[in-house]
Design a protein around this ligand. Structure first.
Ligand SMILES: C[S@@+](CC[C@H](N)C(=O)[O-])C[C@H]1O[C@@H](n2cnc3c(N)ncnc32)[C@H](O)[C@@H]1O
Length: 383
């Protein structure tokens, strides 16, 4: 496909997303009908679509409106690419720009320049203070691909070497001693031997740093109460070099975990109903996902005050439920991938008010401006 044809494809996909289709579904539908598109074409169209979704308000301002065509016009202007060179009508590209389109558009201002919804921007500023702008800026950018080196099976230098033999370049990252940032050929990772042999896992660097902070010691009984896909379960099993129990209220979310655990040679047991007491219980609760909007930018536009209030209720309930599985002197680790105070420290404060025999230990925020996704972790201890 020509660069112009890729722009036209992105315009069509964006229009389908505006008509209420999820981005992944719209991209899959387009790819099914575009057998002529190779893997590089699909990747380029996907990048255009996600670049727009991360910066919907900025590109709408610069393109003069929110249609797929106006969004792509705004995106090209934002990226410093002359749109006239691609809007020619040639090579299956978009039809030439009208005089009106050429005149339309201006840089976004205020909340639109932060690429945040109007209801959320004031909260961002109140919660993040002087960091709000840097966080909003970071959420407009593409997330790097990070790997976790499985130190039960290999070492960081060996993993870098093995990846490089397959044409994938990666370098250590400051957020965690076993984190690698992929700097070349990230799309080859999932087919590489290093990945298929369990030497590396795809996991955000801040997600790894969260597990680094947990007071884990070998021989402990550990439960991942909201294990989902199992990213943190596997990281905990690697750190412990021992067993971890994995639970999730939605068993379907655990579907991939046995295969991932086998690949990583990790000792993971799925438990439908946790039993007895644990030294450490991790609650990586459902949240707004605001720390990870670089990867899932649709969430930024679909979150509402009502949805945020509803997820806060679920978080509070999980924290109280899971606390019942922690032995006296044990640790209850509360984690979100949110940057919002109401899902983080406010939850801890409200828990401590209801449960006076608990004390808060180390807590930490990771912000997208640090390189990884935004995460919050707080370790609570039972007296
Ligand atoms: C943020 S995701 C977990 C991600 C996972 N820890 C990882 O690192 O890949 C939150 C998970 O909590 C689960 N969940 C929701 N409500 C729950 C509840 N009441 N008890 C346990 N798990 C719950 C969801 O099904 C979802 O899989």
């Amino acid at each position: 496909m020509t660069p112009a044809a890729r722009v036209q494809a992105a315009i069509e996909v964006l229009d389908r997303i505006s008509a209420d289709l999820a981005a992944e579904q719209a991209l899959t539908n387009w790819a099914r009908g575009a057998r002529f598109a190779g893997s590089k074409d699909r990747a380029a169209v996907r990048d255009h679509v996600y670049d727009v979704l991360r910066q919907r308000r900025s590109v709408a301002a610069l393109g003069g409106g929110e249609s797929g065509r106006q969004s792509m016009l705004g995106l090209l202007r934002l990226q410093g690419v002359a749109p006239e060179a691609l809007f020619t009508g040639d090579g299956y590209g978009p039809v030439p720009l009208s005089e009106e389109e050429l005149q339309a558009g201006q840089p976004a201002e205020g909340n639109a320049a932060l690429d945040l919804p109007d209801w959320l921007a004031p909260r961002f500023i109140a919660d993040l203070g002087s960091e709000a702008e840097a966080v909003a800026e970071a959420l407009k950018t593409r997330a790097p691909v990070f790997l976790r080196v499985n130190q039960g099976l290999t070492s960081v230098p060996q993993a870098i070497e093995a990846l490089s033999e397959e044409g994938i370049t990666a370098a250590p990252h400051a957020l965690s001693p076993q984190a690698l940032m992929v700097t070349g050929n990230p799309r080859r990772v999932a087919q590489s031997d290093a990945y298929l042999n369990g030497w590396v896992e795809l996991q955000d660097a801040a997600s790894q740093a969260v597990v680094d902070l947990l007071p884990l010691e070998s021989g402990q009984r550990v439960l991942d109460y909201c294990a989902g896909g199992g990213g943190k379960t596997l990281a905990m099993a690697a750190r412990l070099n021992g067993p971890v129990d994995a639970h999730d209220a939605n068993p379907g979310r655990l579907r991939d975990l046995p295969v991932r655990a086998e690949r990583a040679a990790a000792n993971v047991s799925i438990v439908d109903q946790p039993d007895g007491e644990y030294d450490l219980v991790l609650c990586d609760v459902p949240c707004s996902g605001s720390g990870a909007w670089r990867r899932s930018p649709e969430g930024k536009w679909t979150l509402t005050p009502e949805k945020l209030a509803a997820v806060q209720k679920v978080q509070a309930q999980i924290l109280r439920e899971a606390s019942g599985f922690v032995r006296s002197g044990g640790c209850l680790a509360y984690v979100t991938c949110s940057v919002l105070r109401c899902e983080n420290m406010d939850q801890i404060e409200s828990f401590l008010k209801d449960m006076p025999d608990w004390a808060v230990g180390p807590s930490r925020h990771f912000l997208p401006a640090d390189g990884g996704d935004g995460f919050f972790v707080s370790c609570l201890t039972r007296a």
